[in-house]
Design a binder for this molecule. Structure first.
Ligand SMILES: Nc1ncnc2c1ncn2[C@@H]1O[C@H](COP(=O)(O)OP(=O)(O)O)[C@@H](O)[C@H]1O
Ligand SMILES: [Mg+2]
Length: 463
């Protein structure tokens, strides 16, 4: 699971209540403290949070504070802590949807429980929400995940160009989502009732390319025994997606330029031209500027398609998006395979973040899908990831990879420590797993699973 993100609002600051202990006692989480309502509202509008903890000091009463925050983020579960508790305030907070309402005197004893309960609920909600969106809107932003600044920039450009009819160039490494962008532009444009026609310029043999794209008349060349419409005409009224446009041979680049300028095509062997109404979205994973310098790509065509350019960032630079995408792909894969949604262990997220992802989102998707397929546990672990991902994470060096190096050893240390702890625990209880579980305050099933993971069984501790 991703680390939960908790937003705390308390005018007395981070240390007024034992907030810091929560992370140590419960599970690692990202905590942010805001000391005023204004700042909290700004933070809520900027990014998304799993849980809010609001302490109503002097100033507005708890219910007023609560409803202001609720308005800013209607989905956010919140715990309200009230130094001036009252039955009416409590009722109005809870009726308005607060997850919990605590008298400040009960914080020591009750806050942890409240958080655990709400976090569990909010996780499920988040997973469901993502799946629901994916099912309802297959071709819009449904599967477009990512909140990193670079991706937000991408969405806003998509929104702006979708409304117009301009041609667009999408650049980015393989697997960064270029085709997804092209489909998103199409889906949000007025052309969305027309066809979306993808053409992979790298996959069609040069000899066939011209007639594939522009069509031909009967008898235009040997084997042309019927007239045929090309893909450009086929996209009439819709969007033509020219993938890997850098692979287009130079003579066809000239012909494409003419289509873009005149919006007319001439089939191979034809005398007259036909008008076409298409928007072209071209994509490339190559450096077109450089190809132009080398004379491999026509400068005039480059200028023509480079008017609006959307550059997709490599996944390795997208920070938290990696976790977001991984969680989504894990849930989706589990659902498709009809398995309970158990997700990925925290360790997995750390490894995923330190790998360099040359195949970007596509590679991540495959890695996660594979992990969910391979795992025998409810939650997929590091062992279920492809070797190259784990190896690279362990080997990685440099500032960015520091966490991975540490992580590789940390797992080992934690595991050794855990085994020792379990061994001592079981020895103390002479192999009585129920008694051991009670002492460790673990459900018995969980203890069994941990024991199994370390090859321990109760019988060997009986006298
Ligand atoms: N931001 C994203 N959110 C969700 N899925 C994505 C995202 N970007 C890419 N993908 C998925 O990754 C895969 C590769 O995307 P694609 O558009 O084919 O990449 P490209 O054309 O750049 O090689 C596809 O399955 C796509 O759905
Ligand atoms: Mg592609």
């Amino acid at each position: 699971m991703l680390q939960p993100r908790i937003l705390i609002v308390d005018s007395h600051g981070a240390n007024a209540l034992p907030y810091a202990r929560l992370s140590a006692r419960l599970q690692p989480m990202e905590v942010r403290v805001e000391t005023s309502l204004e700042r909290a509202l700004a933070t809520l509008s900027r990014d998304s949070w799993d849980l809010g903890v609001v302490t109503a000091r002097s100033g507005p009463t708890a219910d007023v504070l609560y409803s202001a925050l609720r308005k800013a983020d209607p989905q956010l579960p919140m715990v309200v802590i009230d130094p001036r508790p009252g039955v009416d305030t409590a009722r109005s907070c809870l009726q308005a949807g607060a997850g919990d309402y605590l008298d400040i005197a009960r914080v020591e004893t009750d806050l942890e429980d409240a958080l655990v309960r709400l976090l569990t609920v909010s996780r499920h909600k988040a997973a469901e929400e993502v799946l629901r969106r994916a099912v309802e809107r297959p071709y819009t932003y449904a599967e477009f995940l990512g909140e990193s600044p670079a991706m937000r920039q991408v969405y806003s450009v998509i929104d702006r160009v979708a409304a117009s009819s301009v041609d667009v160039l999408v650049t980015g490494e393989t697997g960064t989502g270029k085709e997804l962008v092209a489909r998103a532009i199409h889906a949000r444009s007025r052309r969305n009732t027309g066809p979306f026609v993808p053409v992979d310029c790298g996959a069609i043999p040069d000899a066939l390319m011209e007639s594939e794209l522009f069509g031909h008349e009967r008898g235009a060349f040997t084997g042309a025994d019927a007239r045929r419409m090309g893909l450009v005409e086929f996209a009439d009224g819709g969007t033509l997606f020219l993938d890997e446009v850098g692979e287009l041979p130079l003579p066809l680049q000239a012909k494409l330029l003419r289509v873009l300028q005149e919006r007319r095509v001439r089939r191979v062997g034809a005398r007259q031209e036909n008008a076409v109404d298409v928007r072209v979205v071209a994509a490339t994973s190559r450096n077109l500027d450089q190809m132009v310098e080398r004379g491999e790509f026509r400068r005039d065509l480059f200028y023509r398609i480079n008017v609006v350019r959307i550059e997709l960032p490599p996944l390795r630079t997208r920070g938290d998006d990696i976790g977001l995408l991984a969680e989504f792909f894990a849930n989706k894969a589990a659902q498709e395979m009809g398995r309970p949604v158990g997700g990925l262990s925290t360790d997995v997220y750390q490894v995923l973040r330190s790998y360099h992802w040359p195949g970007n989102v596509r590679e991540l998707q495959n890695a996660v899908r594979r992990a969910i397929t391979m795992t025998r546990e409810p939650t997929a672990g590091v062992d279920d990831l492809p070797d190259e991902v784990v190896a690279a994470a362990g080997r990685a060096s440099g500032p960015e990879a520091g966490a991975a190096g540490f992580f590789a050893q940390r797992t080992e240390h934690v595991s050794r420590f855990e085994k020792q702890y379990l061994t001592d625990l079981l020895a103390r209880h002479l192999g009585d797993v129920s008694a051991a579980a009670r002492e460790a305050r673990l459900p018995r099933g969980t203890l069994y699973r941990l024991m199994k993971g370390h090859g321990l069984d109760g019988a060997s501790f009986r006298k």
